[in-house]
Design a protein around this ligand. Structure first.
Ligand SMILES: [Zn+2]
Length: 159
């Protein structure tokens, strides 16, 4: 039995998300993140990643990226949350999604899309509504830059 099902998302009201169909233990590999393997040169030359779609692009190594914006990649439906319960993991040219905390049946499976502050973060408002939400889809280490609520993290980082 699959650990997830596709259904209407609470985070992305217009879209879908993945939901746990059973309790999932921390460390469990939930789904592979698949797509087209493209060279950095192809990424640079593609209009596709200029603005709207960087969220599906993964850096694999110095030479290759993974374009996850393909219909057969179910993991692309995973939404971002500032209190994510999953993370992306991988080795070589393979990527997958792993639980970073225990997930209860019925919870939405979420990840941190991990944009750096340098990207034009205002294009990507976050609607995860978690206590940790900084309002935009920006990776945890950079959230203090856009929301005072995270200034404690900055002190921790500068140590
Ligand atoms: Zn959020």
């Amino acid at each position: 039995m699959k650990l997830y099902k596709i259904t209407k998302s609470n985070i992305d009201k217009k879209g879908r998300g993945l939901y746990a169909t059973q309790n999932i233990k921390e460390g469990t590999r939930i789904i592979d993140y698949i797509g087209k393997i493209i060279t950095k040169k192809q990424t640079e030359e593609s209009q596709k990643f200029d603005n709207a779609k960087p969220i599906y692009l993964f850096n694999l190594n110095k030479k290759y990226d993974m374009d996850g914006d393909v219909s057969w990649n179910t993991a692309r439906l995973i939404n971002h949350s500032c209190s994510n319960n999953c993370d992306y993991n991988g080795t070589g040219l393979k990527l997958w999604v792993i639980a970073i905390k225990d997930i209860k049946k019925g919870e939405e499976i979420t990840a941190d899309y991990g944009f750096g502050y340098d990207e034009d973060y205002k294009q990507f408002p976050c609607k995860c509504r978690s206590k940790n939400c900084c309002g935009y889809i920006v990776r945890a280490e950079s959230r203090w830059r856009i929301n005072k609520k995270f200034s404690i993290n900055r002190q921790q980082l500068s140590k």
